[in-house]
Design a protein around this ligand. Structure first.
Ligand code: SF4
Length: 377
């Protein structure tokens, strides 16, 4: 598979001239020196392999470095190159992604790997990367700058925070116009030092370490002399915080049903949408009112799923946070249960053989209190 950077290296560009009213002259060279001396070790750092960088940047979206390390190593061990990923079954890809969340990333990565393998080459520019399923401007800029020296700035949450503090810029930094302003401001600097990949990673690293959302360590920061937010004395003011919205709660019953062999009844979610393609316990909405998680409501919910049990036993609750709501699962074990109406995409299985949603894994780890058995009446 051709790697574009082997055939083409870009020459450093000159830094753009500053005009009156521009943000302060930032000592980016000091930032690069700080990064090269202090960067954290990561399994993908130092690599210019577009496949490895693409996988790592996809995993790093909305996810902390420490969480990604183990997933990245297992993923690369199982699918060492783009052809191996393209040839994989979707369920195997989801299984390796299990627990990392935002499963659409895995589906898109898999679909895009098939396109790349079919073409026989990786994209050579950020624009080409961005044309692949699931590759947004952030990932495209990161991969193209690291692997192909393209001077395209990465603008993720960390970079936005650093840029807004340096300029003491108003706003919360979430709208597309502010991101475009930040990209335009950074572009000449990314091009100026002949190492766009290092430059982008340096700004991200600064945002993830010293220039953290709370309690930034300004006294250690290589950009302190040019930072307007630091000069003002209250860097945490930038970016502005939005008032926290109340998070909606979705309450559901979840039932643990086992067959004689100890296998668990699991239902597969639709391929598109939340947790697409993952397996989970049979679930039904809980009544919002009084006794919403009680035994009689649980019995009704069980029946609505086409199931009947000799007795029910409460296992407790699982609270699980998604990006835009919280899920509250009232988990019950259905003893000596049978299916009165078999459903499509539902089967007894060993959970370790399938890609299982995290809330279900947590529900299966609950242990019952013996006195909670409620017999069928
Ligand atoms: S001086 Fe402080 S606020 Fe400014 S960029 Fe550095 S760490 Fe961030």
């Amino acid at each position: 598979m051709q790697t574009p950077h082997e055939s083409r290296r870009r020459a450093p560009a000159r830094a753009a001239r500053r005009s009156p009213g521009d943000p302060p002259a930032v000592p980016w060279k000091k930032l690069l020196a700080w990064y090269r001396a202090n960067r954290r070790e990561m399994p993908w750092r130092g690599s210019r392999d577009p496949y490895a960088i693409w996988v790592s940047e996809t995993m790093l979206q909305q996810t902390r470095v420490e969480t990604v390390r183990g997933y990245f190593a297992r993923f690369l061990a199982r699918f060492p190159d783009v052809r191996a990923l393209a040839a994989a079954e979707t369920d195997d890809v989801l299984k390796l992604w299990e627990g990392l969340g935002y499963y659409r990333r895995a589906r898109n990565l898999h679909a895009a790997a098939r396109l790349v393998a079919e073409r026989g080459r990786f994209p050579g520019t950020a624009a080409e990367w961005a044309a692949l399923p699931g590759v947004g401007p952030y990932t495209a800029a990161a991969v193209a700058s690291i692997c192909d020296d393209e001077p395209e700035p990465v603008v993720d949450g960390n970079v936005t925070r650093v840029a807004m503090r340096l300029r003491a810029a108003p706003g919360d930094g979430r709208d597309a116009r502010e991101k475009a302003r930040i990209a335009a401001w950074l572009r000449p600097a990314v091009a100026a030092f002949g190492a766009p990949g290092d430059f982008n990673q340096a700004v991200m690293e600064l945002g993830e370490t010293l220039c953290a959302p709370q309690a930034p360590q300004c006294l250690l920061c290589p950009l302190r002399a040019a930072c307007r937010a630091f000069a003002e004395g209250d860097p945490e003011r930038y970016p502005e915080r939005r008032p926290a919205k109340e998070t909606p709660v979705r309450r559901l019953f979840a039932f643990v049903v086992r067959d004689a062999a100890g296998r668990v009844l699991l239902a597969q979610r639709p391929e598109t949408g939340l947790l697409g393609g993952l397996w989970e316990l049979p679930m039904a909405p809980a009544d919002p009112g009084k006794n919403r998680g009680g035994a009689s409501a649980a019995r009704r919910a069980l029946a609505s799923l086409g199931l009947r049990a000799r007795a029910l036993r409460s296992l407790g609750d699982v609270l699980h946070a998604f990006s835009h709501f919280r899920q509250e699962l009232h988990v019950w074990e259905a003893l000596d249960a049978e299916e009165t109406e078999p459903r499509e995409n539902r089967a007894f299985a060993n959970p370790s053989d399938l890609a299982v949603a995290t809330a279900t894994t947590r529900a299966l780890a609950l242990r019952p209190a013996p006195e909670t058995v409620v017999p069928e009446t």
